[in-house]
Design a protein around this ligand. Structure first.
Ligand SMILES: *Cc1c(COP(=O)(O)O)cnc(C)c1O
Length: 392
């Protein structure tokens, strides 16, 4: 028994209810009945980190100099490797010393961005549906998230013309994320140009979450926001090794872009964390600079899973297009059902977990998400069960 009365801070009390907690509870309940549940909910790669990257960590972990505090903003060699990888992949050069900062996973940088740039009263434009961190980090910093609905008729791109002038005037940051989680949508150059124009007109900092640029199919190569003219004057881009190299547990990524934005993040990091473990940075250098064959092979596996699941869903009566990127399928609910009902139905009738679209925001209602991060045999089993569940 504690002798003091403990209460959470308002920012914690005011957190939206964790929708996935309800799904997890239901999943355990179904599992307790002896059902072999297949979880297509989580977006966490099932495949291992490539062996050459693990070997690089093992070697780097032995080095005594790596056991001490790292630099807050990342080893010069890591930032150089990130800049080189970026230049090779997107054809744009950035100065590793002033325009690149290491991150303890890109989520860390995304979450710290509002702390560096948002004051109470400031708006932050966030996609809905979207990665929950954009809005929550905004609230933690005292800012107000303003949800930009991503609609199918707009290719799941935000419509900047629909943002009220008074909101745009008070907006400090804009978060976008392409290839997109959860919709699997991709952005073209015209959209990024529109983003630069909108940001410049209203003096808004663009934060592009680029976690999925390397997970793409059929020859499609996702763009970096920073490739379009004017972008580097208004923005910063968050890159992650998590999805590209199956390194979600390692916590390593980087932000690249405008030097003042990179410096702002660096200031927060200096005062909150002490950088990423150097041995992980060394392994990340290996990941970024070695041959990228492992990435191509992984995409080929996801492509096969995508075909498989799309064909099952088509057989089950759904109409959907294969996404060009990401390992997510974003699917319209069966007519007359809410997202929560769809997810309950699949769990009850098929023992399959899917994520209800409204878990990513109110505008995600009407959809559910399937993640392709389970082995093909399991996906096959899940597909069979989904087809059966819908055949009444
Ligand atoms: C997975 C994911 C990230 C990456 O997070 P890390 O912290 O780098 O592991 C960022 N944004 C989105 C939208 C994601 O789905």
């Amino acid at each position: 028994m504690s002798k003091i009365r403990i209460s959470f801070a308002e920012r914690i009390e005011k957190l939206p209810p964790y929708l996935f907690a309800a799904i997890d509870a239901k999943k355990s309940e179904v599992q307790a009945r002896g059902v072999d549940v297949i979880d297509l909910g989580v977006g966490d790669p099932d495949m291992p980190t490539p062996a050459h990257i693990v070997a690089a960590l093992q070697k780097a972990a032995e080095k005594r100099e790596n056991h001490r505090y790292p630099s807050y903003v990342g080893m010069p060699s890591f930032r150089q490797a990130a800049a080189d990888w970026f230049a090779g992949r997107f054809g744009v050069d950035f100065d590793p010393a002033s325009e690149v900062v290491s991150l303890i996973g890109s989520k860390e940088g995304i979450a710290h961005m509002p702390l560096a740039f948002v004051d109470p009263g400031d708006y932050v434009l966030v996609p809905d549906p979207g990665y929950p961190v954009y809005a929550i980090a905004t609230t933690f910093a005292g800012g107000t998230p303003w949800k930009m609905p991503l609609k199918a008729e707009n290719g799941f791109l935000p419509d900047y013309d629909a943002i009220p002038a008074e909101v745009a005037a008070k907006a400090k940051l804009l978060f976008i994320n392409y290839p997109n989680n959860p919709t699997g949508a991709v952005a073209d150059e015209a959209f990024f140009l529109k983003t630069v124009e909108f940001a410049a007109r209203h003096n808004i900092i663009v934060c592009h979450d680029a976690a999925y640029t390397e997970i793409a199919y059929d020859g499609y190569k996702p763009l970096s926001f920073l490739e379009v003219p004017g972008a580097r004057e208004v923005g910063i881009e968050f890159h992650s090794l998590s999805k590209t190299y199956n390194m979600t547990g390692w916590r390593i990524g980087f932000a690249i872009g405008h030097p003042e934005l990179v410096a702002g993040l660096g200031k927060v990091k200096t005062n909150i964390d002490s950088g990423a473990f150097q041995a992980i940075q060394e392994a990340a250098i290996t990941a970024l600079s070695a041959d990228q064959q492992c990435v191509r092979e992984m995409c080929e596996i996801y492509r096969g899973r995508r075909e498989l699941m799309v064909s099952f869903l088509t057989r089950a009566g759904f109409t959907l297009k294969s996404p060009q990127a990401t390992f997510y399928l974003w699917i319209d609910n069966p007519a007359g059902m809410t997202s929560a009902e769809v997810s309950s139905m699949f769990l009850e009738k098929a023992g399959v977990v899917v994520t209800p679209g409204n878990g990513f925001g109110a505008a995600g209602e009407g959809y559910f998400r399937i993640s392709l991060t389970v082995p093909e045999v399991r996906l096959n089993e899940a597909g069979e069960r989904i087809v059966k569940a819908l055949k009444v």
